[in-house]
Design a protein around this ligand. Structure first.
Ligand SMILES: [Zn+2]
Length: 156
């Protein structure tokens, strides 16, 4: 095995990748099989070797910890899935108090903001799949809440 410092053409992101041999790298590179783990660009070249002195930046440290074919993930353990969901739920809980609950009026309210008829605001509410699709078709940014919440008016 041989390790190369690589960088992508699009973003100059640096990462390390392992190959069976130098020829293995050249072959995968020529076939566009090596993708930048940060932006996915598959135009990847060998990075100019920088002297490894001092502390690496956080970003480099994180990326370097990933093995070569970083696009592939193994199946996460149920424990890991639970942990990630708990983290997402916590983030969502942080965000929601700053957001205004608009209930069933979500699609109308989002459209009004998009068209400049209402002040930009962070809102959340309910939309049917058809309404959500119509918003997406019209280029109106909306995303599903990752963790289901009970509508405030349904909470006792
Ligand atoms: Zn990149």
């Amino acid at each position: 095995m041989i390790v190369f410092d690589l960088c992508c053409a699009a973003g100059d992101h640096r990462f390390e990748a392992w190959f069976a041999s130098s020829d293995g790298f050249a072959d995968q590179q020529a076939r566009g099989l090596i993708a930048c783990p940060i932006c996915g660009d598959n135009e990847v070249v060998k990075a100019v070797m920088a002297p490894r002195v001092g502390a690496k930046s956080n970003q480099q440290a994180i990326v370097a910890a990933k093995p070569a074919d970083a696009a592939v993930a193994n199946e996460p353990s149920p424990e890991l899935v639970r942990k990630v969901i708990a983290e997402i739920a916590a983030k969502q809980a942080e965000m929601l108090p700053q957001s205004r609950w608009v209930g069933r009026d979500f699609a109308n309210a989002a459209r009004a903001m998009h068209e400049g008829r209402a002040k930009e605001d962070l809102i959340h509410g309910q939309a049917s799949p058809a309404e959500a699709e119509a918003l997406r078709d019209d280029g109106i940014a909306a995303m599903p809440l990752l963790v289901p919440i009970a509508p405030p008016d349904a909470v006792n």
